[in-house]
Design a protein around this ligand. Sequence first.
Ligand SMILES: NC(=O)c1ccc[n+]([C@@H]2O[C@H](COP(=O)([O-])OP(=O)(O)OC[C@H]3O[C@@H](n4cnc5c(N)ncnc54)[C@H](O)[C@@H]3O)[C@@H](O)[C@H]2O)c1
Length: 350
Amino acid sequence: MNKVPPNIHFTQNVNQQLQSCLKLFNPDKIAILVDENTLIHCLPKLPSLKGMPLIQINSGEKNKNIETCQIIWQKLTDFKFTRKSLLVNLGGGVIGDMGGFVAATFKRGIHFINIPTTLLSQVDASIGGKLGIDFNEFKNHIGVFKDPDAIIICDDFLSTLPHRQLKSGFAEIIKHGLIYDLAYWKHIQMNLFSEIKDWQEFIKKSVLVKADVVKKDPYESGLRKILNFGHTLGHSIESWYLDTGKDLLHGEAIAAGMIMEAKLALDLGLIEKGYFEQLVSYIDQVFDRVMVFPTFNKIKALLGQDKKNKGSTVMFSLINGPGSCLFDIEVSDAQIADAIDFYLDSGSHK
Ligand SMILES: NC(=O)c1ccc[n+]([C@@H]2O[C@H](COP(=O)([O-])OP(=O)(O)OC[C@H]3O[C@@H](n4cnc5c(N)ncnc54)[C@H](O)[C@@H]3O)[C@@H](O)[C@H]2O)c1
């Protein structure tokens, strides 16, 4: 496994680390993007930003859209931001994805630093330079690839994160073990989610997995697609929840997606039954099954917009053994329907 990329900083002193990054980039202006929760819980940990212009948006996936971008672009215009200016994105994956997208497109690109404050954004969303927003009901439909100038990761932020949000982030940790790193998967299995108090080791390990995959395939022409395990069906469910105004977190959708896509892997003969049962029982022990579910036709329609599709063919990334994953796997409608039935008919639903 590679070393941590130079723009990623793990720290216990987020304020000091930010100061040294700002000194290095020497921007002519700085603004901070927050939502109502990171304003209260996270901004006070950065006293060096005191008095700097703030842009506050409403939290949540439903606000990761073009209307919110317009508000942010307008603020940057009001602040007279130039190409030498810098935006600090302080928040979870929504702030990081959207703030990064706004920064990457404003005047063809200004500097930005992401300070991820949720487990999900520390272990996954902040790494790899995928920036973007949702469009209508389609997840991350509009976006660009661009790495932040710096990513500052401090697990101290997690102390105020709601339990449900922490668990949502754990879904991506499970994914990293399943797709890429057998030793990591074994380590994850030895831990009960409810008993994990120290997240540092998990964050570092997950960042290394993601950074390693991204380094080998930055623009997702091949290997990087494995990071989408659980996300093909998972994103469809998340999109449907978004469209219908129902409440489901990203990691909760991905946990459901991983069970269904593991079933596809089993049915295609890619994994053994014992391994399948082991991973499903581990995910079930952490996550309740999602009960309110889109119809098969709706799922198929949403899959039609998946970014991994080749023409009209939906392509899956499927595990093919512990710590290993394949990509560009074609699956029939009947197999998808079977995987959904398995998910709905087994396990305990909320
Ligand atoms: N770019 C990528 O590669 C990538 C990868 C995975 C997920 N994502 C995206 O990430 C998003 C999900 O990210 P998320 O789970 O961080 O959600 P989020 O950004 O919506 O944050 C979750 C909630 O926690 C609050 N919050 C954040 N930090 C807090 C803190 N320290 N204390 C208290 N509350 C806090 C937020 O205000 C929000 O209400 C999705 O849009 C998903 O598509 C992107």
